[in-house]
Design a protein around this ligand. Structure first.
Ligand code: ADP
Length: 270
């Protein structure tokens, strides 16, 4: 596949010679472009919540004589600042992941540990919606990677599965070691994702129509973070979904490096 920053323009000349102009924008340029786009995205995304907070502060000043309204606006300010804090944390995480070229240190990680931690973090949200998390993890599944990044990736997928599913449904988590990859799957029986949106959900700040119209909500960064965590592990993430039936997100990671264990012969009584 040709890199998209390599433009080749061909200008046929009169005598059938061909002039080829090669505009090879280096990867440094490309990185700079991505960084600039990111800054533009971020400032745009931060403007909305900051503007909201400022309006709420004005509303409090105006409602000074109405203690109930003051209390209502104050709790909205608390909620909005918590969301802003989450957004800033995710922006920092994503920017670190985008600039990292692989992992600095990979250790042997048991996927059962990753899944257990991710479920623990998601339990409060799951219980609030009476959603049962069912785990089918082959205990032999291991990868070479970063435990806390992998927990973040699985946690983001579980968080979405809970957010976009009706109360009382089930979320399934599976993990297995296959012939050419380790796979981790998160399946929900929620509203599903229309085909046109499936192509875009891994873009940073992209939110589906239904998600955007919800009062409470995420940041649009969760899946971009999952994508970059997988890429830094040399793997990837994909989605299968059918509207009205649910979705399955699959993380694929490289098989762990074979480890040579040297077994020493048992020495006789020396
Ligand atoms: P958000 O903070 O909006 O959840 P994400 O990056 O995690 O951001 O997801 C991007 C979009 O993908 C969401 O806004 C939603 O439209 C869609 N999406 C993600 N996971 C699911 C899911 N399990 N079921 C349905 N839609 C989903």
């Amino acid at each position: 596949r040709a890199p998209n920053w390599l433009h080749v323009r061909m200008a046929p000349l009169l005598d059938a010679h061909v002039l080829v102009l090669v505009d090879d924008r280096t990867s440094a340029h490309r990185v700079e472009e991505v960084r600039r786009d990111f800054v533009v995205n971020v400032s745009h995304e931060l403007k909305t919540p900051v503007g909201g907070l400022s309006l709420l502060a004005e509303a409090i000043a105006d409602a000074r004589d109405d203690p109930e309204a003051v209390e209502r606006f104050a709790s909205r300010i608390q909620l909005e600042s918590a969301r802003l804090g989450k957004l800033i944390k995710e922006i920092v995480d994503l920017s670190r992941l985008q600039s990292a070229d692989g992992l600095t240190e990979a250790r042997r990680v048991r996927i059962a540990d990753v899944v257990r931690e991710a479920i623990e973090i998601s339990q409060v949200e799951a219980q609030a919606k009476d959603i049962r998390i069912v785990e089918r993890v082959d205990p032999a599944t291991v990868v070479d990677g970063d435990l806390s990044l992998l927990v973040t990736a699985v946690r983001n997928l579980i968080g979405n599965a809970i957010s976009y599913s009706p109360a009382g449904t089930e979320v399934g988590i599976g993990a297995a070691i296959g012939a050419d990859a380790v796979t981790i799957t998160v399946t929900d029986h929620g509203r599903g994702i229309p085909p046109a949106e499936q192509e875009r959900i891994f873009e940073r700040f992209y939110r589906g129509d239904a998600a955007r119209s919800r009062a409470t909500g995420g940041t649009g960064l969760g899946l971009a973070i999952v994508k970059h965590i997988c890429a830094n592990h040399g793997g990837g993430v994909s989605v299968w979904s059918r509207e009205g039936q649910g979705s399955t997100f699959t993380i694929r990671l490289p098989l762990p490096e074979a480890r040579i264990t040297i077994s020493h012969p048992v020495e006789g009584n020396a």
